[in-house]
Each structure stands twice: as structure tokens, then as C-alpha cells.
Design a protein around this ligand. Structure first.
Ligand code: GUN
Length: 296
């Protein structure tokens, strides 16, 4: 069994980007600028946005963090996004999800200009992704592909089972793994809460992507020997032995599943850092497009 070390791969990708930023500076060009919008003070969202801003500093990107109260009106938030759309210095915009209940995710996502939608959530970008056209691929599935690429994991002709059908992870993941690309060409099954024989389907998988958000859902008896297991889940569960009061749990019962696998991602330190690396790559791409290169 080999661990898929997201921390290490992410560091390598950020280092490559840092060198490219250095080149942009030498050429007198604009450097990438990511604007992150955080509404309210959800602990997990604070951590994720903090990690994204830190990654910008590590790669030499400019970042702006826009913090808004959780009772901000939907209209005011949409205006903030419009201002960022119209700011010529901003290349990428991300609005951290989840948003407070009174704000529509859909309206927010649709307001971000597709050319600045580095999360790849806008329907125009999702449509391009489905058609295998150049676009921003949502950071988490993109990060998973970068991980498969880095470890030279052969996906062609494999049976991939994606557990979870969210717009952010499960659905794009299933499309990308089935696409005619070097990290695709899988036969894909997508499972969800209404799948009656889910353990049986998982047992047939060469590659499992667990993205349902249920801690330790995937058990050893759901995994065949030699499978590749990608754990996208990261849930805070109460744990009094920790200073923070919680432990981070993936969707896979790691200790019992790991011995069966050829490769497995740890939680934390697997997919999480790869999501950030992919976001940085998307932001670099957005900046290049604004510099008139690699138009997407
Ligand atoms: N919440 C959970 N994952 C993500 C993500 O990839 N992007 C944003 N904006 N919010 C998230």
C-alpha cells in the first residue's frame, strides 16, 4: 500500500507555480490575484479560506480576503461579487461555500463572471467541462486528477465508483473520470443515498472516490484487494482528547481499508491540499488568460 501524499504533491505544484510567477515578474506582466469571499465565521470555512490565502502567499500570488457578516443581504453580496468582476486587477474569485440559508448558492455562483470562476462552479464552465473543452475544472475533482497524474496511476479501462453526487465533487468527478483524457477513460458508476447495493458495487471498483460526507462510511468489506481509494470527505467529529475539541475524519475507515489498497489518500493531508493546489493552478490560468495567453 502506498500513501497518496497530497501535502507533498501540492507543495511541488505550488513550487512550479512560484517559478512561473517569477517569470511573469521578469517579463513585466501582471501576477495572479485571487479574491476570496468569506461570509460569516463557520470554523471549517475559516480554516479553508485561511489555507487558500496562505497558499497564495507561498506561490507569490496576490490575494484579497473579503470578510462579510453572516447577516449580509443577498443583494449586497451580489454587489460585492460584481465589484470584483469589474476589478481589472482581480483574476479569480471564490466565494466559500456553504453560505447562510438566506442566500442562494445558485445566484451567487451565476453572478461570478465565468472568466474569473476559478472554482469552476458556473454553469458555463461546468458545460465546457462536460464537453471536454478548456475551462476551470472544480478544484476538488481537479486536485484528484492531479494526484492520479502525479502518481502515474493508470485509469484507462478501470472501473471507477464515485460515492456521492454533489455538484462540487461527485458529479464532475464522474464526468472527468469517464472523459477521453490521460486521467480518464474509466467506466464510471456513481452511487448515492438511493443506491440499494452500494457495498456490492464498491467491491467491483478498481478506483473508489468517496465523496459523500459521512465519516468512515467506506469499510474494508466494501473494497477489493489492490483498489485505489481516494477519500474526499473531511468531517469534524467531537473528540475531547484534542485541544481543538474535534478530530478530522474522512469518508473511509482508513485503518481497516488501507491494508487492502494499492494506493490510498490520508485525511488530513490527501485530497485537501490538492484542492488548494488545483485552485492555484486555475487562478494562474485565469491570470494567463487576462494576460492574453492560453485563452480559455
Ligand atoms: N466548500 C467546500 N469546498 C469548496 C470549494 O471547493 N470551493 C468553495 N468556494 N467552497 C467550498
Amino acid at each position: 500500500m502506498e500513501l497518496l501524499d497530497g501535502q507533498l504533491v501540492s507543495k511541488t505544484i505550488k513550487e512550479e507555480l512560484r517559478l512561473k510567477v517569477g517569470q511573469l515578474i521578469v517579463e513585466g506582466k501582471k501576477i495572479p490575484h485571487l479574491a476570496a469571499v468569506l461570509v460569516g465565521n463557520n470554523g471549517a470555512s475559516e480554516t479553508y479560506v485561511g489555507a487558500k490565502v496562505k497558499a497564495c502567499a507561498e506561490t507569490g500570488f496576490k490575494s484579497t480576503l473579503v470578510r462579510l457578516e453572516d447577516d449580509i443581504s443577498e443583494n449586497k453580496l451580489l454587489n460585492v461579487i460584481e465589484d470584483l468582476n469589474n476589478d481589472p486587477d482581480v483574476d479569480g474569485i471564490l466565494v466559500q461555500l456553504p453560505l447562510p440559508k438566506h442566500i442562494s448558492d445558485e445566484k451567487v455562483i451565476n453572478t461570478i463572471h465565468p472568466s474569473k470562476d476559478v472554482d469552476g462552479f458556473h454553469p458555463i464552465n461546468v458545460g465546457k467541462m462536460v464537453q471536454n473543452l478548456p475551462t476551470f475544472i472544480s478544484a476538488t475533482p481537479h486536485g484528484v486528477l492531479l494526484m492520479l497524474e502525479h502518481y502515474k496511476i493508470n485509469t484507462k479501462g478501470k472501473h471507477a465508483v464515485v460515492v456521492g453526487r454533489s455538484n462540487i465533487v461527485g458529479r464532475p468527478m464522474s464526468i472527468l473520470l469517464s472523459s477521453n483524457t490521460p486521467t480518464g477513460n474509466c467506466t464510471v458508476t456513481i452511487c448515492h443515498s438511493h443506491t440499494p447495493n452500494l457495498p456490492e458495487i464498491c467491491r467491483q471498483a478498481d478506483i473508489i472516490v468517496a465523496a459523500l460526507g459521512k465519516p468512515e462510511f467506506v469499510k474494508a468489506d466494501m473494497v477489493k484487494d489492490g483498489a485505489v481509494v481516494i477519500d474526499v470527505g473531511i468531517t469534524r467529529v467531537p473528540d475531547n482528547s484534542k485541544k481543538s475539541g474535534f478530530a478530522l475524519k474522512g469518508d473511509v475507515k482508513f485503518d481497516e481499508v488501507a491494508p487492502r489498497c494499492s494506493y490510498i489518500t490520508p485525511v488530513p493531508g490527501g485530497v485537501g491540499p490538492m484542492t488548494i493546489a488545483a485552485l492555484m493552478k486555475n487562478t494562474f490560468l485565469a491570470c494567463e488568460a487576462r494576460n492574453g495567453e492560453n485563452l480559455i
